[in-house]
Design a protein around this ligand. Structure first.
Ligand code: CO8
Length: 272
């Protein structure tokens, strides 16, 4: 991982470049020669960097309140590294608990935005789907092509894709392995917004900054509510929402947000 605070500029390592600007951290996948295929090193670095940023609460309104994941203009990530994966044995995959580190990643509470240009295939599409918003350049291509390799999705793709776009669209993508463009991905509900390719970094940053300006504990609560909707019945979810809403009255930021509205001033959130 290479880590840079824009005002400091320290550098540490290589498959992921981390840049922090205010309360937004950008994690750029950095294996362009392999179209950002996810090898073990890249996977370890991206999970470690993201989980450590998630714990970076700073203090006094500092810390990281939103993360943006990016690849290159040509490829967000072209899936697991097939060359590396091809030598794995069944026993190695079991004993190493292959890909289980992604459970930690999926449990991150900081809002995460995937800014996708070019290929988001297999593990790349699954990485994007573990984020909370997917902003796609008009060049983006999504797919779960594992079937063509004699494999099945392995990073939550069969589950998250089905929840995102429904059974029949998910079957279409997973059983045929076909790739879809940004417009189709937006139409079927796989991406949040499509933007012109040249505007992707700025748009993703603008969205991340608008999220990061909110109160962190309230962002955590809102994210947990939406994710809970995928796991429980409507009635359980609505009850959970009510409990979370009531507990919000314990946040100083809820009181601040409402009292700022009345005289029409900007709220001064303190993450309390
Ligand atoms: N693994 C390893 N290397 C790759 C991968 C990959 N997934 N994708 C591309 N590369 C390499 C190529 O080997 C090539 O390297 P070199 O120049 O040394 O030969 C370089 O990247 C450029 O690729 P191409 O020459 O193939 O470029 P094209 O523009 O012709 O094609 C494609 C681009 C369409 C993206 C093509 O490279 C391709 O089909 N790649 C494989 C896509 C794929 O099948 N992905 C799914 C992988 S399986 C998977 O993700 C299972 C999920 C497991 C969980 C993952 C946990 C993170």
């Amino acid at each position: 991982m290479i880590s840079e605070r824009e005002d400091e500029g320290s550098q540490v390592s290589s498959s992921v470049v981390v840049t922090t600007h205010g309360r937004v951290a950008t994690l750029t996948l950095n294996r362009p020669h392999a179209l950002n295929a996810l090898d073990r090193q890249l996977m370890r670095e991206v999970v470690e960097a993201a989980t450590s940023l998630d714990r970076d609460r700073g203090g006094g309104g500092g810390g990281v309140a939103a993360m943006v994941f990016m690849g290159s203009e040509r490829s967000f990530a072209a899936g697991a590294d097939i060359a590396e994966m091809s030598s794995l044995s069944h026993v190695d995959a079991h004993t190493d608990d292959l890909f289980s580190e992604w459970d930690t990643f999926a449990a991150i509470r900081t809002p995460m935005i995937a800014a996708v240009a070019g290929y988001a295939l297999g593990g790349g599409c699954e990485l994007a789907m573990m984020c909370d918003l997917i902003i796609a350049a008009d060049s983006a291509q999504f797919g779960q092509p594992e079937i063509g390799l004699g494999l099945t999705p392995a990073l939550g793709g069969s589950q998250r894709l089905t929840r995102a776009i429904g059974k029949y669209k998910a079957m279409d993508l997973i059983l045929t392995g076909r790739t879809i463009g940004a417009d189709e991905a937006e139409r079927i509900g796989l991406v949040s917004r499509v933007v012109p390719s040249e505007q992707l970094p700025e748009e993703a940053m603008r969205i991340a900054e608008s999220i990061a300006a909110r109160s962190v504990p309230v962002l955590y609560a809102a994210k947990e509510l939406v994710n809970t909707a995928l796991d429980v019945t409507l009635q359980q979810g609505v009850r959970f929402e009510r409990r979370v809403f009531r507990s919000g009255f314990g946040f100083a930021d809820s009181a601040e947000g409402m009292s700022a509205f009345l005289p029409r001033r900007d709220p001064d959130f303190t993450d309390q």
